[in-house]
Design a protein around this ligand. Structure first.
Ligand SMILES: Cc1cc2nc3c(=O)[nH]c(=O)nc-3n(C[C@H](O)[C@H](O)[C@H](O)COP(=O)(O)OP(=O)(O)OC[C@H]3O[C@@H](n4cnc5c(N)ncnc54)[C@H](O)[C@@H]3O)c2cc1C
Length: 451
């Protein structure tokens, strides 16, 4: 069987590796229009934190081309697919020296996301003034502009915008203004209980403009004039659009069905309406949370998950997304570690689910590991009637505690009730453990609260 994959980033490379791992005899052709694979967009932040340098590792993805080629994957870089013919099961391909056609038995679409979602009024403004970045070449360009900017404006205080602002704030000569249409940052993943803590740690050189929406930008010689609705204007040296990108559907033929938001419609095996064609990663929506059918969650973890499902199905393993995604994320902002899974309290109101929230703050770890500034705040959300866990959020000074969120994710995905989570088994070792087990403690609090 010959499987052709279009797009060699997180989804495409994972699909290729999984196919070859399961069945060495499958011919896998991986086509990538750029000269690198699997890059990490947050590398821009790491340049500003001196964790990376322009000349080292910027173009290195999380998987190396040699690894794929050694597995027997036919990796073709600088090779762009220009047309898909569903009926003849062929694609048209362009690379530096020639154009050619390739046939396939199965095709995996992994072209990801490129264009950014911006509302109509902004579309009518000078979008070219706004910096967007995802791939290494864009990161390099953005780094050079931002390095030379004293006043940087970031549009959006979601994960992308806030992580960038946090990294830039280490450069005390820079002033960062963040425009956010909501009344606080990170509203998609965290409730006020958590973001209020985060805001106490905000560096002085970051200024938030909440409840403001960008209206237009206008280049004024070396600076950009930024105007928000309400006609407030100011000059900035550079402006970054920090919003999630949208599915890249440039080469999708009309025979393949799209949803209203331009994501590709797929079934639980990641098959499109053309059964020999699969779509994965940032091209698709996946089941999410307790009530929402499918949601667009452009995250690397989803790229990996959807890629494995498509690869397993092609190799005749009947794997589907057995559990909905819990949209698990973790991040480091203003030197604090934050993580979230499942739905937030505010989201539960929109979904019409009656929930109870319980929050607990821990200021002490253990006698061996004493830190005066230790902080861990955990919040859980559960269904008031069934007591099923629906989500969790945490903020902490300790990097090692951020991975607790993976445990909450499993509990949420498994629809566990809070009463069944008070007495789980965790190791205890005085050198490695806190005095109290934080997970058992928060559920104990929840059960006491529920009575
Ligand atoms: C600034 C920023 C920061 C982010 N940070 C995080 C993070 O910290 N954690 C996280 O989980 N997610 C993060 N994301 C989201 C994450 O980058 C995406 O979810 C992920 O890259 C999706 O992987 P993908 O393989 O589906 O698509 P993409 O990474 O978009 O890759 C698609 C690939 O297809 C290639 N391609 C497109 N068209 C063609 C064609 N016609 N022919 C051949 N090749 C083609 C492209 O060159 C590209 O390599 C971030 C996104 C942005 C923009």
């Amino acid at each position: 069987m010959k499987v052709v994959i279009i797009g060699g980033s997180h989804a495409g490379t994972t699909a290729a590796r999984t196919l070859k791992k399961i069945n060495q005899n499958i011919e896998v052709v991986l086509l990538e229009k750029r000269e690198y694979i699997g890059s990490v967009p947050s590398n821009l932040n790491f340049l500003f934190e001196n964790l990376l340098h322009e000349d080292t590792n910027l173009f290195k993805g999380i998987v190396l081309p040699e690894v794929l080629m050694n597995m027997g994957i036919d990796l073709r870089l600088k090779t762009e697919v220009t047309k898909i013919n569903v009926v003849t099961k062929t694609i048209e391909v362009k690379n530096e020296s020639k154009n050619y056609k390739l046939s396939f038995d199965r095709l995996i679409l992994a072209m990801g996301s490129e264009k950014f979602l911006i509302s109509e009024p902004i579309l009518n403004a000078s979008v070219s003034d706004l910096i967007t970045y995802k791939m290494p070449a864009e990161i390099l360009k953005a780094h050079r502009v931002l390095k030379n900017s004293k006043h940087i404006t970031i549009i959006g205080s979601g994960l992308i915008g806030l992580e960038l602002a946090s990294s830039l704030s280490h450069h005390l000569d820079k002033k960062i203004t963040i425009i956010e249409q909501m009344s606080r940052p990170l509203f998609r993943y965290f409730d006020t209980t958590i973001t209020d803590v985060l805001m106490k740690y905000k560096p002085e050189n970051i200024q938030f403009l909440f409840n403001k929406t960008l209206k237009s930008t206008q280049r004024m010689q070396k600076q950009i004039k930024v105007t928000t609705f309400g006609e407030e204007s100011f000059l900035t040296d550079s402006a970054v659009l920090a919003l999630n990108p949208r599915p890249n559907i440039t080469i999708i033929p009309k025979e393949i069905y799209l949803d209203a938001d331009n994501s590709i419609l797929v079934n639980d095996h990641m098959q499109t309406n053309c059964p020999d064609i699969y779509a994965i990663g940032d091209l698709v929506k996946i089941p999410f949370g307790p009530e929402i059918d499918r949601a667009y969650l452009p995250l690397i973890s989803m790229a990996h998950r959807t890629a494995r499902i498509a690869a397993f199905h092609i190799t005749k393993h009947n794997t589907t997304i057995s559990k909905p995604s819990q949209r698990t994320i973790a991040t480091k902002i203003f030197n604090l570690f934050l993580a979230s899974c499942g739905i937030t309290y505010e989201e539960s109101i929109l979904l019409g689910i009656a929930v109870t929230e319980v929050t607990k703050t821990f200021n002490y770890y253990s006698p061996i590991y004493q830190k005066t500034d230790f902080l861990l705040k955990i919040k859980i959300i559960y269904d008031t009637t069934s007591h099923v866990l629906l989500g969790a959020q945490l903020i902490t000074t300790e990097e090692k505690l951020v991975s607790l969120i993976n445990i909450f994710t499993q509990f949420t995905a498994d629809k566990k009730k809070i009463e069944n989570l008070v007495n789980n088994e965790y190791y205890y070792a005085p050198l490695l453990s806190a005095d109290q087990n934080f997970i058992n403690e928060i559920f104990l609090e929840a059960v006491a609260h529920a009575k």
